[in-house]
Design a protein around this ligand. Structure first.
Ligand code: UDP
Length: 328
C-alpha cells in the first residue's frame, strides 16, 4: 500500500515507518518536526508541514495515491495537557480533524489512529478490556477520546475504515540501535532511569511509594515499540469501509516502577540510586491491558514479553545515542 505516516519522525511513528518499509509498503512521512527528529526518518521520505494545512495534505494524498494514513502526530504528556489544554485540543483534536477532512476531500478512507489507555481514566477493574467504560481524567485522554468518537461517526457517515489502537506504555527501541526514544525534556520512566546509568542524572525519583500495589509503586503495562509497530501493520490489513476496530495494545503483564528500576540495574550493571518523591498528579495506581481482542481481531501478540528484554533494547539505544539524535 501507499501509506502516509503522519508524525513518522516521532518515537512510535518512526518505528512504524521502519516496519512498513521492511514489509514492502511505499511510505511517505508527514511531520512538522516540532517534537520529531529528522534523523529518525529514512532519507527522502520526509515532507515537512502542518496538519492544519489542508491544501497541502490534499495534494499529498492525491499525488502520492495514498491508500491509508497512520496518525502519530499528537502530544502525549498528561501533565502538559493539564497545564496547557489549549495546546492539546488544538493539536490532538483540531489538527487531527483537519487531517480527516483532507482525507474525505481526497477520497482516502483508511486510517490507523494512535489512541491510549488514558481514554479509560482510572478503571475499577484490572486488567482493562475494551468494554471498560472510557472516562478520561485529563485533557490528553479526552482529546484522544474525541477523535475515537469522531472516527466512529466518520465510519458510519463517510465510509471510513479505521483502527484505534489503545497503547499502554510504549517502551524500548529498535533492536538494531538506529532509532529509539528521544524526548526533550524527557519525562518517561525508562529513559530517565537509563540516563542515571549513563551518569547524566544523579538519581531516579520514584513518584509515590504508597500506592495500593504489591511494592507501593505504580504498575504499568510496558509494551515494546516494535510490537506496537507490528500491530499497525496488522491493522492495515483489517481496515474495512464503514467499520472500526478498537483494541488495547499491551502485554497483559504489569510491572511496578521499582521492578523497572531493578531491571535497569540488572541490564546496565549500574547501582542507579533512587530517591522517594511525591505522587505525580493524575497517575492511576495500576494500568494493565487485557489484549485478547487484539489477538482475536488482528492476530497480534507481543514478541517482547519480558521487561528485561525491552530494557535491553532501550539501553542499546541510549548507550549508542547518549544525547539522542543530537550529535554529541
Ligand atoms: N515515574 C517515576 N519517576 C519518573 C518518571 C516516571 O516514578 O521520573 C513513574 C510514573 O509515576 C508512572 C510510571 O513511572 O507511574 C510510568 O511513567 P511514564 O511517564 O513513563 O509513563 P505514563 O504512565 O505517564 O504514560
Amino acid at each position: 500500500m501507499n501509506v502516509l505516516v503522519v508524525g513518522g519522525a516521532g518515537y512510535i511513528g518512526s518505528h512504524a515507518v521502519r516496519a512498513l518499509i521492511d514489509s514492502g509498503h511505499q511510505v511517505s512521512v508527514f511531520d512538522n518536526l516540532s517534537r520529531g527528529h529528522r534523523e529518525a526518518v529514512p532519507a527522502g521520505l520526509l515532507i515537512e508541514g502542518e496538519l492544519t494545512d489542508g491544501e497541502l495534505l490534499k495534494r499529498i494524498l492525491t499525488e502520492k495515491k495514498i491508500d491509508a494514513v497512520m496518525h502519530f502526530a499528537a502530544f502525549a504528556l498528561v501533565n502538559e495537557s493539564v497545564n496547557d489544554p489549549s495546546l492539546y485540543y488544538q493539536n490532538n483534536v483540531v489538527a487531527a480533524l483537519s487531517l480527516l477532512d483532507a482525507m474525505r476531500a481526497s477520497g482516502t478512507r483508511k486510517f490507523v489512529f494512535s489512541s491510549t489507555t488514558a481514554t479509560y481514566g482510572e478503571p475499577e477493574l484490572i486488567p482493562i478490556r475494551e468494554t471498560t467504560p472510557q472516562s478520561p481524567i485529563n485533557p490528553y485522554g479526552f482529546t484522544k477520546l474525541v477523535i475515537e468518537r469522531a472516527l466512529a461517526d466518520y465510519a458510519s457517515a463517510y465510509g471510513f475504515g479505521y483502527a484505534a489502537l489503545r497503547y499502554f506504555n510504549a517502551a524500548g527501541a529498535h533492536p538494531d540501535g538506529s532509532i529509539g526514544e528521544d524526548h526533550e525534556p524527557e519525562s518517561h520512566l525508562i529513559p530517565i532511569v537509563l540516563q542515571v546509568a549513563l551518569g547524566q542524572r544523579e538519581a531516579i525519583t520514584i513518584f509515590g511509594e504508597d500506592y495500593q500495589t504489591d511494592d507501593g509503586t505504580c504498575v504499568r503495562d510496558y509494551v515494546h515499540v516494535n510490537d506496537l509497530a507490528d500491530a499497525h501493520l496488522k491493522a492495515l490489513n483489517q481496515l474495512t469501509p464503514g467499520q472500526g476496530i478498537c483494541v488495547n495494545l499491551g502485554t497483559g503483564r504489569g510491572t511496578s516502577v521499582r521492578e523497572i528500576v531493578d531491571a535497569c540495574r540488572q541490564v546496565t550493571g549500574h547501582p542507579i540510586p533512587e530517591v522517594a518523591g511525591a505522587r505525580r498528579e493524575g497517575d492511576p495506581s495500576e494500568l494493565i491491558a487485557d489484549a485478547t481482542l487484539a489477538k482475536e481481531l488482528l492476530g497480534w501478540q507481543p514478541r517482547y514479553t519480558e521487561v528485561q528484554s525491552i530494557v535491553e533494547t532501550a539501553w542499546n539505544w541510549h548507550q549508542s545515542h547518549p544525547h539522542g539524535y543530537r550529535k554529541s
